[in-house]
Design a protein around this ligand. Structure first.
Ligand SMILES: [Fe+2]
Length: 518
């Protein structure tokens, strides 16, 4: 109790909740003159409710410097929300404090808006005006909704390609974008770089701020944020590869790693349109969240990094993942992917949901994937295959409690997968309890060949589709009768704004788990 109250207070003060911070700002009188626009990172919105939405920006005239080129003073940022894109009919306005403690980021929780409608917004500071962003409120809680259009994306290694996928998303007139992790990458890897991080691997808060700012300078990413609200979960690369709770891949000293994680989480908060309740406290940040879209869809966004058990079956003194055969430790029922609290939260939320579609938005491939063609089995321990008992518990829960139309979406593995989720993947008689669609990466590479994926089909009969060679995203259209998933594939990511094609379309009918190729 003490902890959560302290957390709330810290958050409110630090974020400059309007009521608290504005008088301080007026005393400070900080309205600096900028020699160049401080709105270099664009604008964004997120987490729509039927009555409001989060608006975000960050002041950073020179974004690739620590501190963004701002002097260490509090700055008043004015915001306004209008019902037209020319900002003629302003329906809400206010001001927020951008503080140096939070890298002069601004998170405004606008309230009092109407459900299911488009709004436009912008910010002003020191005589400079931001770009205009567009956002949309969710439908009223129990409203009958006949359609939802969203896209989901993951894994955008900056060096490995341009973000043309976001440019192509703009054509779909989406209500929402769901981002499933690896928004930044800490390391430089892969081949054929089209641009460079220009800095070593981040370890400190300042390092992570610069990395986030670099990614956010991309114009196509900015345009996608300015086009509709986003909701989020994260994966490992927002901190470092294959971390699990307090343990890094290199098994760094725990205290050092938690300090690194605290910096990474804070920089993440500063750069995303997140709700105030998500504000980090040291190395802890509650990101898992539900977002409802009327009676049509409920998103259950889960965090499988922060609370998971260390990956099983690694050599003593190591962290990270392995590809293993015959490792009994993997089957330990004490291994958890979500942690007890979040697992209960997810189950309760699924039980209470009255939505026609329950979208479980998570990081990675949930289906079992035996990677060894022929006799024997081989599994990668960083995904759900490292935590098979926890997975079975969740899939048994779906089978027994039968929440309406569970659909699992994921990322992480840089390829498209469409699978049937079953409590027991080794038993062909085990029922299909949910449909899974994993989207490929925005840019991050995958060296696998199609024939290697095809060779896994016999050992993984619950896999309906697997394609490793394309970058892109998934567009989804949801109606009360069906969910349609278009797997969208870029022709290139080394060319800016290349064309995008639909590689395959799958449909799930209401009440019938399992996707059929359309
Ligand atoms: Fe990734």
């Amino acid at each position: 109790m003490t902890l959560s109250r302290r957390r709330l207070l810290t958050g409110a003060l630090a974020l400059g909740a309007t009521q608290i911070a504005v008088p301080i700002v007026r005393r400070a009188g900080a309205q600096p003159k900028f020699s160049r626009s401080p709105f270099t990172l664009g604008v964004a919105s997120g987490y729509p409710l039927s009555t409001g939405v989060v608006l975000w920006t960050r002041l950073a005239p020179t974004p690739l410097q620590p501190g963004g080129g701002m002097s260490p003073e509090v700055v008043t940022v004015e915001w306004e929300v209008a019902t037209d894109e020319r900002m003629g009919q302003v329906v809400q306005r206010g001001s927020a404090a951008a503080t140096p403690d939070w890298a002069h980021s601004v998170h405004v929780e606008v309230e009092g808006l109407e459900p299911a409608r488009w709004y436009w917004y912008r910010f002003r500071a020191g005589g400079e005006v931001s770009a205009v962003g567009r956002t949309r409120t969710a439908p009223a809680v129990n409203a009958a909704v006949d359609r939802l259009r969203f896209a989901f994306a993951s894994c955008q290694q900056y060096e490995q390609g341009y973000y043309g996928a976001y440019h192509r998303m703009l054509a779909h007139d989406l209500d929402l974008v769901v981002f499933l992790g690896d928004y930044i990458y800490e390391s430089s890897w892969g081949r054929d770089h089209v641009r460079k991080h220009g800095a070593p691997e981040p370890h400190t808060l300042d390092d992570y701020r610069v990395r986030h700012a670099l990614y956010k300078t991309d114009p196509d990413l900015q345009a996608a944020h300015a086009a509709c609200p986003w909701i989020f979960t994260w994966d490992d690369h927002e901190v470092s590869n294959d971390y699990a709770d307090d343990r890094s891949e290199q098994n760094h000293p725990r205290e050092w790693y938690l300090q690194r994680r605290a910096g990474a989480y804070k920089a993440y908060f500063e750069h995303m349109p997140l709700r105030r309740q998500m504000v980090p406290l040291g190395p802890h940040m509650r990101l898992y969240h539900r977002v409802a879209f009327g009676n049509l869809a409920q998103f259950h966004l889960i965090d499988d990094r922060q609370y998971r058990s260390h990956q099983p079956c690694v050599a003593p003194g190591r962290g990270g993942s392995a590809v293993v055969e015959d490792c009994a430790e993997r089957l330990d029922p004490r291994l958890t992917m979500l942690g007890d609290v979040q697992e209960k939260w997810l189950e309760t939320g699924l039980d209470r949901s009255r939505a026609r579609w329950n979208v479980i938005a998570q990081q990675t491939l949930m289906a079992q994937l035996d990677r060894k063609p022929g006799p024997g089995q081989r599994f990668w321990t960083d995904g759900w295959d490292g935590y098979p008992v926890a997975r079975r518990r969740l899939l048994d829960y779906l089978g027994n409690r039968k929440p309406t139309n569970p659909v699992v979406i994921g990322g992480d593995v840089h390829m498209f997968w469409v699978t049937d989720l079953k409590p027991d993947f080794d038993d062909t008689a085990s029922p299909v309890v949910a449909t899974e669609v994993v989207g490929t990466s925005i840019t991050s590479q995958n060296g696998r060949k199609q024939e290697d994926v095809d060779a896994l089909q016999v050992d993984n009969p619950h896999v309906r589709f697997g394609s490793p060679t394309k970058r892109g995203y998934v567009r989804m259209e949801v109606t009360p009768q069906r969910l349609r998933a278009d797997l969208r594939a870029m022709r290139s990511v080394t060319q800016p704004r290349a064309e995008c094609d639909t590689l395959a379309t799958f449909v799930v009918e209401d009440g019938r788990p399992g996707a059929a190729r359309a």
